[in-house]
Design a protein around this ligand. Structure first.
Ligand SMILES: [Zn+2]
Length: 704
């Protein structure tokens, strides 16, 4: 299936993705009955304030724990809602607000569509809300796929079976396959095969030898048994099938590359001819697969993780036909479970959301269906959404802000004492080539080929998945479309795309508390300004710095400058390794941030805070204002830092905190704030801290 790999560096890990569903309490916890709320309707939410004194805990010394000072009261007064695993003052609340506005549009399109587009996405949304039909259909939507799997005659027939399933938009595991930009020639779009095939969020869940993971594995086996039994297996059959799936997924996990290694672009770039790839994995007939999945012809491809495919080949040679049938039955059932009738939905929720994620109850159905429709037909729904919710003036203001940040980063680069003029020149060239995309695409995608039918939710989702796959396959060998977007307009997030060398800010994030027309510049620079600086800095972090302004993997640094840069990123990695994500208790040791996994994001947070500050100084100078001038009792400098911190106020359960340190490339909110301010002396000065206090240390790290 199609994958975007790590070309996009996002601002925050989106909730509701497979990655966000991570283990919490082990299986032994009680199992309250699950009941989906299919009837409630949302109410309008107030706009989140950009600068909120009532969110602060001013009894805390900002020089000791700035995050607690800026967010303490908010954290106390905003416990995690029961249908969430974590709750963020900015992202979660704005997302809920955006979804409410989207929901209004979808409800109206579902009942009284006025345009062909409304008819299409209205029907998609209605099919998701139609739980009565979903209930009546039960397992029916996947029976055709299961019949095809049952008819598999030999392991050699797997490639043809995978293409049959994928040509119907059905999930089937095994590996990821799609079209990506060539890392070393970003003007080319080439085929790419990558590791995949796992159901749990990371390879660690299968292979780490600890009581915690052992309990999760036991619970996963139980979950699979229940699902197979619900689908009609005898308990004995179900146990056998579950054991086979576990065996195959565990072997795939062992053959997979670790997340930290995948940050090194050289380690995930291996161009093979199709013939050589065939020699690497003789047990899988690639020519049969490639010629039947609806992609054009090609001679070479990037094999992201060759060891994974070597491992897959050994597995194909060794596992019996029955094991593969079980694995495939599981991939289809698991992949569609949350869209099936309540027996399957509930058991899927119980394991993947309750046990793995610590979420108590499902989100109300209107939220699930709003998200599903945005995910399936995002640019259809989004074009009507921006008409209502994105004023043209917002785009003009953003253009100005981005220009201010670009200038500040260029000034910052010129002043770096450790970098040679030669590398500085190349860095400035790359910076000048960064393109900005703000709000929404200039040209919308055409979804007219997606067949949507009322009462057919699973088929509609499969049609949308097939559309995405074909859209991706059609890129093979074509020129790159630089105007393409990787997020839908209502998304509350932002990203840097290393192959495009561009920064992208969907309309969904361009509102309070990130961006507010009515508030003083200091708060806006601390909010959206730091976000813009963060995305630009990704072009120059431990990963992005290996790519040039054209988006090509190429060393443009002198060896001495690369060495100095690495010493600086090492400082930051070591520093963040010391930040605690969850405390020790009982036999459970404390969990710490992984400084290597989060290095790019931490570098971007630190760089963003520094260059947005410089841009603020420039903006104030233009108006002949001082950074020490006061508004409502706080200096401009203090308002900048508080505005920044309040973007990251959050509550996350301990269980989620423990697990996100394994898979989330972002640090927890506390360290996104405290880590960045303690590396920036202007913070200590703004709050009158004494050198040596925690937020104003004697030694700190600086990359940009
Ligand atoms: Zn980022």
């Amino acid at each position: 299936m199609h994958s975007l790999r790590i070309l996009l560096v996002v601002l925050i890990l989106a909730a509701g993705t497979a990655l966000a569903q991570t283990p919490a309490a082990p299986a032994a916890t009680q199992q309250p009955p699950i009941s989906q709320d299919v009837t409630s309707k949302p109410t309008p939410l107030p706009v989140t304030k950009s600068f909120d004194v009532s969110a602060m805990d001013t009894s805390v010394d900002p020089c000791v724990d700035f995050y607690q000072y800026a967010c303490g009261n908010w954290m106390k007064n905003n416990p995690i809602p029961s249908d969430q695993t974590r709750w963020t003052r900015s992202f979660s609340q704005v997302q809920l607000r955006n979804q409410y506005l989207l929901w209004k549009e979808l409800e109206s399109a579902a009942s009284t569509p006025k345009t062909p587009l409304e008819k299409q996405y209205g029907a998609f949304y209605a099919s998701c809300m139609d739980t009565a039909t979903i209930e009546k259909l039960g397992l029916e939507p996947i029976r055709g796929s299961w019949r095809q799997i049952a008819a598999l005659k030999s392991v050699r027939g797997i490639p043809a079976l995978l293409s049959w399933l994928e040509n119907r938009g059905t999930p089937d595991g095994f590996f990821e396959f799609g079209v990506s930009q060539d890392e070393k020639d970003s003007s080319r779009q080439i085929a790419e095969a990558d590791q995949g095939g796992l159901s749990l969020p990371d390879r660690d869940y299968y292979i780490v030898d600890s009581p915690h993971f052992a309990e999760i594995r036991a619970a996963y086996l139980e979950h699979m048994k229940k699902m197979f039994t619900l689908a009609g297996d005898t308990p004995e059959q179900a146990a056998k099938e579950a054991a086979w799936v576990m065996e195959i997924e565990t072997a795939m996990a062992k053959a997979s590359m670790a997340r930290v290694d995948r940050r090194d672009p050289e380690k995930i770039y291996h161009i093979y001819t199709v013939d050589d790839f065939q020699k690497l994995t003789p047990e899988f007939d690639w020519k049969m697969y490639f010629s039947t999945i609806g992609i054009g012809p090609f001679d070479t491809l990037n094999v992201v993780a060759p060891d994974f495919f070597k491992g897959l080949n050994v597995l194909l040679a060794g596992e019996p036909l029955g094991a593969w049938k079980s694995y495939l039955r599981w991939q289809v059932l698991h992949g569609e479970a949350s869209s099936l009738s309540s027996a399957f939905f509930d058991e899927d929720f119980r394991f993947f959301s309750q046990i793995l994620g610590g979420q108590k109850v499902p989100q109300p159905r209107w939220r699930q269906c709003t998200r599903a429709t945005d995910g399936a037909l995002g640019e259809a729904v989004g074009q009507d959404w921006v008409k209502e919710n994105f004023p043209p003036a917002a785009k003009a203001s953003m253009d100005k802000l981005v220009a201010a940040l670009e200038k500040a980063l260029a000034d910052d680069m010129r002043q770096l004492p450790w970098m040679s003029d030669e590398t500085k020149k190349a860095a400035e060239e790359k910076l000048a080539m960064i393109r900005n995309k703000i709000g929404y695409p200039e040209k919308w995608r055409d979804y007219s080929s997606v067949k949507v039918r009322r009462g057919r939710f699973v088929e509609n989702e499969q049609q949308a998945a097939l559309y995405e796959r074909n859209y991706n396959f059609a890129k093979l060998g074509k020129p790159v479309d630089e105007k393409e977007w990787g997020m839908t307009p209502p998304t509350v997030n932002a990203y840097y795309n290393v192959a495009f060398n561009d920064i992208n800010f969907p309309a969904g994030i361009l509102q309070p508390p990130f961006f507010d027309f009515t508030i003083d510049p200091a708060v806006n620079f601390g909010g959206i300004g730091v976000v813009i600086g963060h995305e630009m800095t990704h072009g120059f972090d431990d990963h992005g710095s290996h790519f040039d302004g054209q988006g090509n993997l190429r060393e443009w640094w002198t060896p001495a400058d690369r060495k100095a840069f690495t010493a600086r990123t090492d400082c930051e990695a070591d520093e963040y390794n010391g930040f605690q994500a969850a405390p020790a208790h009982g036999d459970t040791p404390a969990a710490y941030v992984n400084g290597r996994l989060t290095l790019g994001e931490n570098t971007a947070d630190n760089g963003g805070l520094r260059i947005a500050w410089q841009a603020l100084l420039d903006a104030l100078a233009e108006e002949h204002k001082s950074i020490d001038g006061k508004i409502d009792g706080f200096t401009e400098a203090q308002r900048y830092f508080i505005g920044f911190a309040q973007v990251w106020c959050e509550n996350r359960s301990e269980a989620i905190a423990r697990q996100l340190v394994l898979i989330d490339p972002h640090s927890p909110g506390r360290w996104r704030v405290n880590g960045a301010v303690q590396n920036f002396d202007q913070f200590g000065k703004a709050f009158g801290c004494t050198k040596g206090q925690p937020m104003f240390p004697v030694n700190s790290c600086r990359v940009w």
